[in-house]
Ligand binder design. Structure first.
Ligand SMILES: [Fe+2]
Length: 246
């Protein structure tokens, strides 16, 4: 379990955070590199702790689509809590070789590790409009061609994604994913903080937990889903697609 999560951190969160923090400025790039080194160290030693990554924009930068209040709470409270709980579970994991204890820790590892990874991706899937948020993929790009081939084009895809997100019962995520076997795009959902694993590589996630929208949108999930496209960082999604599709 640990080695798998170590891989997930390196493959998803570390590279993701590095790619997108690196676009901020030189000091942020240095911070991103430090984070990646930290993640690599954790994965290598198996004894380190996860840390909350900086956002690649200010808390109020996604307004009016997502309020600063939501972003600050989401980042500093919710994401931080997944990290705290993951680290606590990891500490217990390293402190025992009792099989029943090891098994009992796995749900906490998966849930909080998933929460950590999912949010690392989510932050970088978004961007302020001044930094390209909402600008659609380039016409003729690999991603746009794949969206047209597999999901009916950009507008149909966004509608499909919104339907998937609205259909998440309880808490969970809607994802645009790359199917590593078929080499095609798909829209999937995941409950709770289950990370996208196995045959799929996540490209774009929409957080459907109430903590992602309720302070601003209350129970109006449809408007949250409609508005969030104004701050989707398609450049980030396109980079993810190119990395996996070649
Ligand atoms: Fe969240």
């Amino acid at each position: 379990m640990w080695s798998r999560l170590g891989y997930l951190r390196r493959a998803w969160c570390g590279s993701v955070v590095r790619q997108h923090l690196a676009r901020r400025d030189a000091s942020s790039s240095a911070a991103a590199d430090a984070l990646v080194r930290s993640l690599s160290s954790v994965a290598a030693s198996g004894s380190g702790k996860l840390q909350l990554p900086d956002l690649p924009y200010d808390y109020d930068a996604l307004e009016p689509v997502i309020s600063a209040d939501i972003m600050r709470t989401h980042h500093t409270k919710h994401h931080q809590t997944y990290i705290n709980n993951f680290n606590q579970a990891l500490e217990r994991l390293h402190g025992t070789d009792h099989p029943q204890t090891l098994i009992s820790l796995q749900p906490a590892i998966v849930f909080n590790g998933g929460g950590y990874i999912n949010h690392c991706i989510f932050w970088t899937n978004l961007a302020p409009t001044k930094q390209g948020g909402g600008e659609p993929p380039l016409q003729g790009s690999g991603l746009m061609q794949a969206l047209e081939r597999d999901l009916g084009g950009l507008n149909v895809f966004m509608s499909t994604m919104n339907t998937a997100g609205a259909g998440v019962q309880g808490s969970g995520w809607a994802w645009l994913v790359f199917n590593n076997n078929t080499k095609r795009l798909e829209v999937v959902t995941r409950p709770n903080q289950d990370p996208v694993v196995g045959a799929y590589t996540p490209l774009l996630g929409i957080d459907m937990w109430e903590h992602a929208y309720y302070l601003q949108y209350k129970n109006d999930k449809a408007t949250y889903l409609k508005n969030i496209w104004q701050v989707v960082n398609w450049k980030n999604v396109q980079e993810r697609y190119q990395a996996v599709a070649g």
